[in-house]
Design a protein. Structure first.
Length: 395
């Protein structure tokens, strides 16, 4: 959760560094004109690993069905679709890809669960290619076998893949995924995909379990000349449980990280808060997400449904949803804890963390607040250290 501009990360594109100015212009235009330029599509919640911090649901506990009783235990490696036949079908997903394109989507992120576990992934990629959609994949990389990597490389509209890594060693990574051998398979997938010519970016989720390996994770990526992003965002789960929060770094780890390996990523010196008119991020303006069951969210980390595509066309939900229009109409004054905060210029303003932890989109998450306060304090320290010493007279 490195402080950045007030927006979610759903519009962060892989392999587009050479077109930064053009992409930025397009993103601002989409924001101002309410065009869903960036859509994250969760094609399944099935997954072959069982991460302790998973935001969808606790993979060690019985599935909580929305509005119903707790379901039977899923067992190791099982997924919701093993007991519930509610995920969008292949035909529904194909129609939906066409619908989001017609509404203005250009950048389509396919995610899960584990996106590579869907048997019809390449059918969806074919559809996206036919519609001239630029695609990126979010994956754990363990299923990137040689044939899969080679086939993915054949899609000229594939921008690249973001691959999650949870440690610098197998011991730490595999303890988080709860699958022995996943660290080795993830790295094998990274190298296969890159060798096939597909852009790869590593995504490091920093947790209590891997905080001591963050520097080594960064060094490992740099040694391989791989771009990476770092995120300390661990939220309560979309099913309403909060066991995932146990994986958050503790206050001591947070300060050690921010004073150590993450120091260079934090803002330096005075950073005024963003103007009130620019406080809102791109949620429900240029970004949205659609769950594996058809719920349309402002972004992938905020499960506040604006409607379901099985009940209403995507375009109508995007245009008329009371949830989306509520978000679009928010001003800084609607965020009672954020508006007067002296650390606002150093904050990620993470709406997903706030919503999942408090149930309130306009609320505040204590971990996000603590990170902003620490970043602000370190910025002041840096400014004091670098402040020039006034010249004194010779006498």
């Amino acid at each position: 959760m490195i402080p950045r501009e007030a927006r979610c990360g759903d519009d962060e594109l892989i392999g587009m560094e050479s077109a930064t100015t053009i992409v930025s212009t397009a993103q601002h235009w989409a924001h101002d004109n309410l065009v869903p330029l960036n859509v994250s599509l969760e094609i399944t919640q099935a997954c072959n690993i069982r991460c302790v911090h998973c935001y969808n649901f606790d993979r060690d506990q019985p599935l909580r069905r929305p509005g119903g009783p707790v379901g039977e235990s899923l067992g190791a490696g099982a997924t919701p679709c093993a007991t519930e036949k509610t995920e969008l079908s292949t035909d529904e997903l194909l129609r939906l890809i066409g619908d989001v394109r017609a509404a203005g989507c250009l950048f389509l992120s396919l995610t899960g669960g584990e996106v590579l576990s869907h048997p019809d992934l390449f059918v969806f990629l074919d559809r996206a290619r036919d519609l001239n959609l630029a695609v990126q994949l979010l994956t754990n990389g363990t299923l990137l076998r040689p044939g899969v990597a080679k086939k993915l490389a054949s899609y000229s509209n594939l921008l690249g893949a973001s691959i999650s890594l949870y440690g610098a060693t197998a011991e730490v990574h595999d303890a988080i995924t709860q699958v022995r051998g996943s660290f080795v398979r993830t790295w094998a997938g990274v190298e296969r995909l890159r060798a096939a010519g597909v852009a790869v970016r590593l995504k490091f989720i920093v947790m209590r379990q891997n905080a001591q390996e963050v520097q080594a994770m960064m060094d490992g990526a740099s040694a391989r000349d791989l771009p990476y992003m770092i995120d300390m965002t661990v939220t309560a789960r979309h099913d309403g449980t909060s066991g995932s929060l146990d994986a958050r770094v503790d206050p001591r780890q947070l300060e050690t990280l921010c004073r150590g390996p993450l120091r260079s990523l934090l803002p330096i010196g005075n950073r005024p808060p963003p103007p009130a008119a620019e406080f809102n991020c791109n949620c429900a303006r240029g970004n949205c997400a659609i769950s594996a069951r058809g719920e349309v969210y402002p972004c992938i980390s905020v499960p506040w449904s604006g409607g379901n595509v099985r009940n209403r066309p995507f375009r109508d939900i995007w245009r008329d949803s009371p949830v989306f229009n509520r978000i679009r109409g928010l001003t800084l004054a609607d965020f009672p804890k954020c508006a007067p905060c002296p650390h606002r210029g150093y904050c990620s303003h993470d709406r997903g963390a706030a919503f999942n932890t408090t149930g309130d989109y306009m609320g505040a998450d204590s971990f996000v607040c603590a990170t902003a306060e620490l970043a602000h304090g370190l910025a002041i320290e840096d400014a004091e250290v670098t402040m020039p010493v006034p010249a004194t007279g010779a006498g």
